[in-house]
Design a protein around this ligand. Structure first.
Ligand code: SF4
Ligand code: SF4
Length: 94
């Protein structure tokens, strides 16, 4: 099973690219800037064509506000990685 990691990295001698944290669908984006204004981490900024882009990937905490606030469903945020949960304790048979 493929294991993805938002940080990317090197496995053996293969470089694993980090998947995008935030993806902008330019065909739907009207460059209104709402997502940029609502980002609590100031992680988004306009690119030279005024489309939003992730300018500080480290700051983005995958909160999803940009996706939530976009009126045109033009921005998508990667899912937060699930935390490892300890296996539930087995009930004893005593
Ligand atoms: S809120 Fe949506 S439409 Fe507006 S700039 Fe951001 S991605 Fe584009
Ligand atoms: S997911 Fe949150 S922190 Fe990341 S770019 Fe969107 S609004 Fe900003």
């Amino acid at each position: 099973m493929a294991v993805t990691n938002l940080r990317g990295g090197v496995v053996g001698n293969k470089k694993i690219e980090a998947p995008e944290k935030v993806h902008v669908y330019r065909n739907w984006c009207k460059t209104c800037g709402i997502c940029i204004e609502f980002c609590p981490k100031n992680a988004l900024g306009p690119d030279p064509d005024e489309y939003p882009e992730l300018i500080d990937a480290e700051a983005c905490n995958l909160c999803g506000l940009c996706e939530l606030r976009c009126p045109d469903f033009a921005i998508s945020v990667a899912k937060k990685p699930k935390k490892d949960k300890a296996a539930p304790a087995e009930k004893g048979n005593d």
